[in-house]
Each structure stands twice: as C-alpha cells, then as structure tokens.
Design a protein around this ligand. Structure first.
Ligand code: TXA
Ligand code: MG
Length: 341
C-alpha cells in the first residue's frame, strides 16, 4: 500500500490542512487505516464500526488480537452513542478532562465492531485534545478506533517520522503535525464499577482525577509484576527500544559505576537521564530528557528511538519519582527495561 505523508508542518495554511484532512477522511471512509496526531501520541485510525477496517490496524501493527483498541470521537454526544450508559462520576470526569488524555472503559452497546473490543463487553473511549484529530473526526463523522501508530512492542510515536519509520507501505497515510505535547499515552480508567480504577497511568494524573471526583483506585496488577492486568495491553512487553535497556536506581555515582563496568566489557553505552543528572555523567551518548516530569514524559519515546541509529549496545536510564506524570513515565520504563538494578 502506498502511504501518503501529509506534512502539515511545512504546508500549514488553512487550505492545505483542509485538503489533507479531506483526503485522510476519504481514506478512513473507504476502510483504510490513516495515522493522525493526538495530544498524547500518534494514533493509527480506522472506522470503528467496520470489522474489516479495524482488522487492517491489527495487521499493520502486528498487534495481538486480544488487545482491544481505544475509540476516538470528536464530541461527548458521539461518545455517548457507543456505550450503554454514562454513570454520574463519568459525566463529571468528562466535564473536567475531555477533550484530553483520559480514556473511559464503559459497557459497549455494540455499535463498534467486535474486534475493536477483543470480544469484551466493555469499550475504551476518549476525546482527543488536538485540533487535527478533532477536525479529522468531525470530517469523517464516524467513531475511529486508534491504537498508538507504532509497530506492536515499539515505543509509541510522538512525531510523524516515527510513524513513517514503523508503518510506511502498510497504511494509507500519515497526517504529520510535528511533535505531540504530552508524549505518553492517555490514562485508562475502568468506569464499570462505583469508583474509577486506573488500569494504565498516563497524561491525566491520579491526583488530578481525585481532585475532580474523589478517591480513585489503582489496578493492583500495576504494582505487582505477577498480577493479571484488567487492561489486556498491560500484559505485553511494550515500549521497547531496539537496544537493551537497564533501569538504574541510585545516585549519579552508581550510574557512572555501571557505565564504567559495561564499557570495560567493550560496550558502547547510551544514557537517558534528567538534565541535572546527565551533566554529571560520562558515556558514549547522553540524552538529557529535561528537568520537569512533563518535559521528561514529552521527550521519552523520541529518546528511546534515537539510540537505534547510534551504534549503542546498551541504554542505561535513571529512575524518576513516581509522582504526577512520573507514574506513567516509570510504568513505561519498567515495561521497556530488560533489567532493573
Ligand atoms: O493516548 C492514547 O491512549 C493513544 C492515542 C492514540 O489515543 N492510544 C493508545 O492506544 O495508547 P493503545 O491501543 O496503544 O492502548 C490502549 C490500551 C491498551 O492497554 C488496551 O489493552 C486498553 O487500552 N484497553 C482498550 N480497551 C479496553 C477494555 N475494554 N478494557 C480494558 N482495557 C482496554
Ligand atoms: Mg500502544
């Protein structure tokens, strides 16, 4: 399949954007998969009401069939049409956080194709907070199933070029609009009980959720390696760069020691660290992710992809405080890691 790359960063006047979106929407209507930016990561979209269109997403990504997809809508009215009912606390959450990086798991009413939900009786729904995503969803006027637009198991794409590198030739097109803002995926919450349960930490933090609706539970499987996660996707190895990654907890001295030991074995070492730690280290390649947790989240996936081209044998990454969006960052890093020191 030939992949069209609509580069909206260079052709960014209203007319060229409208034309690109019209073409992308036409592809989606024909049942072809198209990638688009959201505020979290790029998504690979297809008509969620068509089993055949959704099957193309799984095929392009090489995604396991039992890992269900998130369905995106432009408005809450469209979102309501996909589920049996909206509990009052979800109404409140929608008021606070949608559009935004929050995904609701609710009972499906069967409007979307069965392969969207992997046979579950619940469906994941969200309203993305990105002007291109919203324009596309409005134009196509269909619920759009969209997992992250990466090859399954790789870090999620935070730029159009990442999508191109993973999926060109396998999808109809890519609406490329530069880097996404949040950088990690949406928070997934199970809303089928009395209280929301966080199944995947993400762009909206636990504290923000609790400030809006009171106590929120964290799926115990997130803390416990052996638990069976309620979110099917959380059981897979994820977000992995092409090079082994070790997570190292401790001071810059400890990290430097590990660097030195591994270099003595002839390995070229890449390091991911906050700006302050990176300044204190010596390695073959150092990537400083920034100072604030939000900057670190935004820079993480791009950094994980960078090492592939640099002749690096091992990535060492420092650990970050599991607070705020740091919870999502550490969740992804633990999944990406081949060893935790
Ligand atoms: O930020 C995001 O959420 C991005 C952008 C593109 O919107 N999308 C994304 O989709 O990260 P994906 O497919 O990579 O992750 C969806 C997650 C998976 O962990 C999946 O198992 C979970 O949501 N999920 C989907 N439907 C579910 C359901 N019915 N019950 C529990 N978990 C579900
Ligand atoms: Mg994903």
């Amino acid at each position: 399949m030939q992949t069209t790359y609509w580069d909206l960063t260079i052709n960014s006047n209203k007319q060229t954007i409208d034309e690109a979106i019209t073409e992308a929407a036409a592809c989606l209507k024909k049942g072809l998969p198209v990638a688009f930016p959201t505020e979290t990561v790029y998504g690979l979209g297809a008509d969620a009401t068509s089993e055949a269109a959704v099957a193309k997403i799984f095929k392009a990504k090489g995604r396991p069939q039992d890992n269900p997809l998130i369905v995106h809508t432009a408005t809450k009215e469209q979102l309501y049409k996909l589920v049996t009912h909206i509990p009052p606390f979800v109404e409140k959450l929608i008021q606070h956080f949608s559009p935004g990086p929050l995904t609701y798991i609710l009972p499906t009413n069967g409007t979307c194709a069965a392969n969207v939900t992997g046979g579950l009786d619940t469906i994941a729904v969200r309203i993305p907070d990105h002007p291109i995503a919203i324009q596309l969803l409005e134009k196509v006027n269909l619920p759009i199933a969209a997992p992250s637009a990466n090859v399954s198991g790789k870090p999620s794409p935070t730029n159009g070029t990442h999508v191109w590198n993973d999926l060109h030739g396998k999808i109809a097109g890519i609406l490329a609009d530069g880097p996404t803002g949040v950088g990690v995926e949406s928070t997934v919450i199970d809303c089928t009980g009395k209280m929301p349960i966080i199944l995947r930490p993400g762009g909206v933090t636990k504290d923000e959720l609790e400030a809006a609706v009171g106590p929120v539970i964290i799926d115990p499987a997130l803390a416990n390696e052996k638990g069976i996660p309620k979110s099917p996707g959380m059981k897979y190895k994820h977000y992995a760069p092409d090079v082994p990654l070790w997570l190292v907890t401790g001071s810059n001295h400890k990290i430097q020691e590990v660097i030195n030991e591994e270099r003595q074995l002839g390995k070229r070492i890449g390091v991911l660290a906050s700006t302050d730690t990176a300044q204190l280290l010596e390695a073959d390649q150092l990537i400083s992710l920034g100072r604030q947790p939000e900057e670190i989240a935004a820079a993480l996936y791009e950094a994980l992809r960078t090492f592939k081209e640099r002749n690096i044998d091992l990535i060492l990454c420092e650990t970050f405080p599991e607070q705020g969006i740091g919870q999502a960052v550490m969740n992804r890093l633990k999944k990406a890691a081949t060893r935790i020191l």
